[in-house]
Design a protein around this ligand. Structure first.
Ligand code: ADP
Ligand code: MG
Length: 712
C-alpha cells in the first residue's frame, strides 16, 4: 500500500455475500443478487448495480477474502501505517464469521478461519522476516454494549465502568483502564482472541443474542524499533471491528430494554453513518465531523478520516427476504467509499514530538506578536488574514458612516420635496379658484366695449365707475397671460421633482441620531413622495382627458341646437305632408265615383306616392339625429364621472400631503429632542471633565505640600 498523498486515500470497501442459509432455502427464498464475473460489481434485482473495491460472491472462501482485501493492510503496518477493518451488515449476514469472532483453537487448520486469526498469523510471519527489528506487541479486546465499554480480556466485568476514552496529545485516541496484553507469539495472541470470544458468547447466552447487538473491537498495538538505529521506530495499531447488526428496529419488534439497546446500537451505527457522510462529503472539507456523538465513532476517530488504511467488509445475505436490508447495507458501504483518509507513517515519537513542539512554538510566537498590537514582520504569512480583517472592519466602519450621512441627506431632501409639493398643490388650488373667477368676470365684462362707453358717457360719476371697470378689464387680460405662464411653470416643477430628490444637498451636519429612525423616516418620505408624484401624473392625464371631452362637447353644442331646430322643422313638415296626404286620399275616394276626373285622380295618386317617399326620408333623418343626441348625453355622463374621479384624486392628494407633513413634523420634533439630549450630554460631560481637572489640580497641590513637608 502506498503512502497517502495530500488528497488522501479512500476507505476501501469489500462486499461479501454469504451463501444462502439452510433456513432461507427451506423457506423457499430466492437469490436476488447477481455478480459480474471479473468485475467488482453486484446487481440487485435486475437493474441496480453497485461497484466496490472488491466484491466476493458466495463461493469465495475466507482465505481469498483475506489475501485479496486484508493482507495489504498488514504489510502497511510494517511501514508504520495504522489499519482498520470493519465488518458491517445486518444480523446473520456473516460479520462474525468473516472476522473470526467465533474462533476456537480446534478450528485452527480449517478453511473457515476468519480474518483476525489470519491477521495474527500473517503478522507474526512478517515479524519473523524482520530480524533486524525489535517488536513489542500488545492486544486489547473490547465490546461496546449500550454505550458501555466492556473489557473482554478482563474476567471481572465490573472494571468496565472505569474505562474512559481520552485524546492523546499526539492526536490519537487512548482508552484508559482497558486491559492491554503483551503478546510475543501468534499462539498468545490467538489465545487472547479466543478468551475474548468466549466472554462474548457467555454474555450473549446470558443476555440473549447480545453479540448481535454490540460492537466488538479487537486491537493489536505494534511498536517496532530498528536494532541498529534506536531513533528510527514506528508505532501503530490495527483495529479489527465486528459491528452490531445494522437491521432496522421495527423489524426486530423491539420494546422496553430491548428498545433501549436498539437505540444505543443504532446510535453507534447512526453516528458512524453521520461520520462517514461528513467525511465523504467533498463540500464539507474541513467541516465538523461528529465523532463525539458515540463511543464507537470516538474509538474509531483516528481510523476514520484520520491516520489509517481502512477496509470495510460489507456483509450481505443473498436472499430476497433480506432485500431491503441488503440495499441499506449497499448504500451505507457506497457512502463509505467516498471517505478519503490521510494515513501517515507513525514515526519515531521523539522526532515527531520535537516537530510538534516546534510548530507549537511558531504558533505561539505568532499569537504573541498579534497580542502586541500588530507590529509584525511581513514574513509571517498567517498574519495576512488578520490584517485583512482589520482593513475590512475599517472599510465597514467608513461605509456605515457614509450610509448614515446619505440617509440623513435623503431624509432632508425628502422633507424639502414634500414642502415643495405641498406649495405646488396649494398654488394649484388657488390657481383653479382664480380661473373660475376669471372666467366669470370675462363672461360678464368681456363683451362690453368699455372704452367707447367712457368716451360717450356724460355723467362724471358713471364715467369714473366705467374707468374703474376699464382698468379691471385690462388687469383681466394681463392675468390671463400670467395664468398661462404659471401653468407652464407648475408643469416644469412637477417634472423636475424627481431629479430634485437626488440632487439635494447631502449631509450638512453630522449630529448624532439614531440611524434607524432617520433612515426609516427618509424612506417613508421618499415612498410618499413617489406616491404623490404618481398621483400627480395620473391626475394630469385624467384632467387632460376631461378637458378634451368637454371641448368636444362644446364643439357639439351648436350642432346639437341646430339639430334640435332641424328636428322640429322636420316634424312640422312631416305632419304637413301627412295632412296633405289625408286630403288627397279623401279626394281620391270622391273622384272614384266621377269618371271624368280620372286624369286628375291619376295626378293625385302620383303626388301621394311622392309625399309618402318624402315622409319616409324625413323620418330616417329624424332617427339619425336622435341617435346623435343620445351619444352626446353619454359623453356628458363620462365627463361628469371623470370630473368626480378628479376631485376624489385631488382629495387623496391633499390627504397624502397632510400625512407627509405630519410625518416630517414628527421627525423634526424627534430630531430636535435628540439634538437637545446630545447637547445636554455634552454639557454634562464637559462639566465632569472640568470637575475632574479641578480635583486633579487640588490633588496635585496637596501632593506637593505633602512632598515638601516630608522633604523638610
Ligand atoms: P452476523 O455476525 O453478521 O450476525 P454470522 O457471522 O453469525 O452473522 O453468520 C450467520 C450464519 O451464517 C452463521 O451460522 C455463519 O456460519 C454463516 N455464514 C456466514 N457467512 C458465511 C459464509 N461466507 N460461508 C458460510 N457460512 C457463512
Ligand atoms: Mg455477529
Amino acid at each position: 500500500m502506498e503512502r497517502g498523498d495530500d488528497k488522501g486515500i479512500p476507505v476501501r470497501v469489500a462486499l461479501r455475500c454469504r451463501p444462502m442459509a439452510p433456513k432461507e432455502m427451506s423457506e423457499g427464498c430466492q437469490m436476488c443478487l447477481s455478480f459480474m464475473p471479473g468485475e467488482p460489481q453486484v446487481v440487485v434485482g435486475s437493474n441496480k448495480p453497485f461497484t466496490f473495491d472488491y466484491v466476493f460472491d458466495p463461493s469465495v472462501e475466507q482465505e481469498e477474502v483475506f489475501n485479496t482485501a486484508v493482507a495489504p493492510l498488514i504489510r502497511g503496518i510494517f511501514k508504520g501505517y495504522n489499519a482498520t477493518v470493519l465488518a458491517y451488515g445486518q444480523t446473520g449476514s456473516g460479520k462474525t464469521y468473516s472476522m473470526g469472532g467465533t474462533y476456537t483453537a480446534d478450528q485452527e487448520h480449517e478453511p473457515s478461519v476468519g480474518v483476525i486469526p489470519r491477521v495474527i498469523k500473517l503478522l507474526f510471519q512478517e515479524k519473523e522476516q524482520r530480524q533486524d527489528w525489535e517488536f513489542t506487541l500488545k492486544v486489547s479486546y473490547l465490546e461496546i454494549y449500550n454505550e458501555d465499554i466492556l473489557d473482554l480480556l478482563c474476567s471481572s466485568r465490573e472494571r468496565s465502568s472505569q474505562i474512559s476514552i481520552r485524546d492523546d496529545p499526539k492526536g490519537s485516541i487512548k482508552i484508559v483502564g482497558l486491559t492491554e496484553r503483551s503478546v510475543t507469539c501468534a499462539q498468545d495472541t490467538v489465545t487472547c482472541l479466543e478468551q475474548g470470544n468466549k466472554s462474548r458468547t457467555v454474555g450473549s447466552t446470558a443476555m440473549n443474542s447480545q453479540s448481535s447487538r454490540s460492537h466488538a473491537i479487537f486491537t493489536i498495538y505494534i511498536n517496532q524499533m530498528k536494532k541498529t538505529d534506536k531513533n528510527s521506530s514506528f508505532h501503530c495499531k490495527l483495529h479489527l471491528v465486528d459491528l452490531a447488526g445494522s437491521e432496522r428496529q421495527k423489524k426486530t419488534k423491539a420494546e422496553g430494554d430491548r428498545l433501549k439497546e436498539g437505540i444505543n446500537i443504532n446510535r453507534g451505527l447512526l453516528c458512524l453513518g453521520n461520520v462517514i457522510s461528513a467525511l465523504g462529503d467533498e463540500n464539507r472539507k474541513g467541516g465538523f465531523v461528529p465523532y463525539r456523538d458515540s463511543k464507537l465513532t470516538r474509538l474509531l476517530q483516528d481510523s476514520l478520516g484520520g491516520n489509517s488504511h481502512t477496509l470495510m467488509i460489507a456483509c450481505i445475505s443473498p436472499a430476497d427476504s433480506n432485500l431491503e436490508e441488503t440495499l441499506n447495507t449497499l448504500r451505507y458501504a457506497d457512502r463509505a467509499r467516498k471517505i478519503k483518509n490521510k494515513p501517515v507513517v507513525n514515526l519515531d515519537p521523539q522526532a515527531a514530538e520535537l516537530q510538534q513542539l516546534k510548530q507549537q512554538v511558531q504558533q505561539l510566537q505568532v499569537l504573541l506578536l498579534q497580542a502586541h498590537g500588530g507590529i509584525l514582520p511581513v514574513s509571517i504569512n498567517s498574519m495576512a488574514p488578520s490584517e485583512n480583517l482589520q482593513s475590512l472592519m475599517e472599510k465597514n466602519q467608513s461605509l456605515m458612516e457614509e450610509n448614515q450621512k446619505l440617509s440623513q441627506g435623503l431624509s432632508e431632501a425628502a422633507g424639502q420635496t414634500a414642502q415643495l409639493l405641498e406649495r405646488i398643490i396649494l398654488e394649484e388650488q388657488e390657481n383653479e379658484k382664480m380661473n373660475t373667477q376669471l372666467e366669470q368676470l370675462q363672461h360678464a365684462v368681456g363683451k362690453l366695449d368699455l372704452q367707447k362707453l367712457v368716451e360717450t358717457v356724460e355723467d362724471e360719476e358713471l364715467k369714473e365707475n366705467l374707468e374703474v371697470l376699464c382698468n379691471l378689464q385690462q388687469t383681466l387680460t394681463e392675468l390671463q397671460s400670467e395664468k398661462a405662464a404659471a401653468v407652464e411653470a407648475a408643469a416644469l416643477m412637477v417634472n423636475s421633482e424627481e431629479d430634485g430628490t437626488a440632487e439635494a444637498e447631502m449631509g450638512q451636519d453630522n449630529k448624532r441620531s439614531s440611524d434607524d429612525f432617520s433612515t426609516q423616516h427618509a424612506l417613508r418620505q421618499t415612498q410618499m413622495s413617489k406616491e404623490l408624484l404618481e398621483l400627480n401624473k395620473a391626475l394630469a392625464l385624467k384632467e387632460a382627458l376631461a378637458k378634451k371631452m368637454t371641448q368636444n362637447d362644446s364643439q357639439l353644442e351648436p350642432i346639437q341646437s341646430q339639430y334640435q331646430t332641424n328636428i322640429k322643422d322636420l316634424e312640422l313638415k312631416v305632419s304637413n305632408l301627412q295632412k296633405e296626404k289625408e286630403e288627397l286620399v279623401l279626394a281620391l275616394q270622391m273622384a272614384k265615383k266621377d269618371v271624368n276626373q280620372a286624369k286628375l285622380s291619376e295626378q293625385r295618386q302620383k303626388r301621394l306616392q311622392e309625399l309618402e317617399g318624402q315622409i319616409g326620408e324625413l323620418k330616417k333623418k329624424l332617427n339619425e339625429q336622435a341617435k346623435l343626441l343620445k351619444l352626446k348625453e353619454a359623453t356628458e355622463s363620462t365627463v361628469s364621472k371623470l370630473n368626480q374621479e378628479i376631485t376624489e384624486m385631488k382629495n387623496q392628494r391633499v390627504r397624502l400631503m397632510r400625512q407627509m407633513k405630519d410625518d416630517a413634523q414628527k421627525f423634526r420634533q424627534w430630531k430636535q429632542q435628540k439634538d437637545k439630549e446630545v447637547i445636554q450630554l455634552k454639557e454634562r460631560d464637559r462639566k465632569r471633565h472640568y470637575e475632574m481637572l479641578k480635583l486633579e489640580r487640588d490633588f496635585q497641590k496637596q501632593a506637593n505640600v505633602l512632598r515638601r513637608k516630608t522633604e523638610e
